[in-house]
Design a protein around this ligand. Structure first.
Ligand code: G3P
Ligand code: CA
Length: 227
């Protein structure tokens, strides 16, 4: 079966990462879904941004967690001058239309993000199956699993696929999100024998894309969906 194609931080090879523009481009380039990162601001609102600080990707600086929503609304991304999206804005625009992989970067964002998705599904009658919450952090995975047994969790790992498999079973994950270099016949067969899905990141070369296709992973996360 053809793997799902997921835009990493949107089509971040072509537009500022984690922006509405990057997500729209990913879908117009044929992606089945988008991957994005979330942090919470000083008031607990959930924003779509990769780093815990603002300076690499926006016109502001300082920690997201110490910045108010009023300030964050003034931020523009670099270099494309796009607004910083909230998770709610992404849900309103892309919810129920594609798979949304929400990578939770900070524990403070975990339950607020899950509550927003839950409320969105309840008010729109949408399916929670459109959402995967992923994290490298066990405290975050644990807190999400305790929040709702039916949440689709993705366990992120960049060093040790066996550890990822162990953690995935522990948190009753839906998927294992591995750096593509960890994937080979041995790791893929071991993970698939537990009926877990494999999401490979971040696959940006044609050669690796072909290797992932041959291995039969379930989803490919890429910065360059058009490639
Ligand atoms: O979800 C895979 C990938 O996004 C994890 O690494 O640093 O790009 O968030 P990072
Ligand atoms: Ca990410």
């Amino acid at each position: 079966m053809k793997p799902l194609l997921i835009g990493h931080r949107g089509a971040s090879g072509y537009a500022d990462e984690n922006t509405i523009k990057a997500f729209s481009m990913a879908l117009s380039m044929g992606c089945d879904g988008i991957e994005l990162d979330v942090h919470a601001d000083a008031d607990g609102n959930v924003w779509v941004i990769h780093d815990e600080t603002l300076e690499r990707t926006t016109t502001l600086d300082g920690y997201v967690a110490r910045t108010t929503a009023d300030e964050l609304r003034k931020a523009r991304t670099l270099p494309g001058n796009e607004p910083l999206p909230t998770l709610q804005q992404v849900l309103d625009q892309f919810g129920n239309k594609c798979l949304i992989n929400i990578e939770v970067k900070a524990i403070e964002a975990a339950l607020p993000a899950a509550r927003l998705v839950n409320a969105f599904c309840e008010t729109t009658g949408g399916s929670p199956k459109y959402f995967i919450f992923s994290s490298f952090d066990d405290n975050i995975l644990n807190s999400l699993r305790n929040f709702r047994p039916e949440l689709q969790l993705g366990v992120l790992e960049e060093g040790d696929w066996r550890a990822a498999l162990h953690r995935s079973l522990k948190y009753r994950a839906y998927s294992v999100h591995l750096h593509h270099t960890l994937l080979n016949e041995l790791s893929v067969n071991a993970i698939c024998s537990h009926e877990l899905r494999i999401f490979a990141w971040t696959v940006n070369s044609t050669q690796e894309l072909e290797r992932m296709n041959r291995l039969g992973v379930h989803a490919i996360i890429t910065d360059y969906p058009q490639q």
